[in-house]
Design a protein around this ligand. Sequence first.
Ligand SMILES: O=C(O)C[C@H]1C=CC(=O)O1
Length: 96
Amino acid sequence: MLFMVEMDVNIPLGFDPEEAAQLKAAEKARFQELQQAGTWRHIWRVVGQYANVSIFDVPSNTELHDILMSLPLYPFMTMHVTALCRHPSSLHDDDR
Ligand SMILES: O=C(O)C[C@H]1C=CC(=O)O1
């Protein structure tokens, strides 16, 4: 199942910079794991914002929920999730 996930990151002013750097490094490592597994299929930076638009490929809503909630930066993120399905005119067989 494919999902578009819009993530906005908001680390409060005054948050310990070292702790923020550790969380960002942990987030990057987790992102790379999920990307290599094919779960986090795409990511784009939203221009001018600490935000991204991502495509996830997961077996169920519950699995996506668990993955998103376990992200290191989750406590500082606002997320918007949109379920996707294949467009009938798409040429891409993996759009499912
Ligand atoms: O940078 C972000 O948008 C937040 C998050 C998503 C992937 C990653 O490495 O960090």
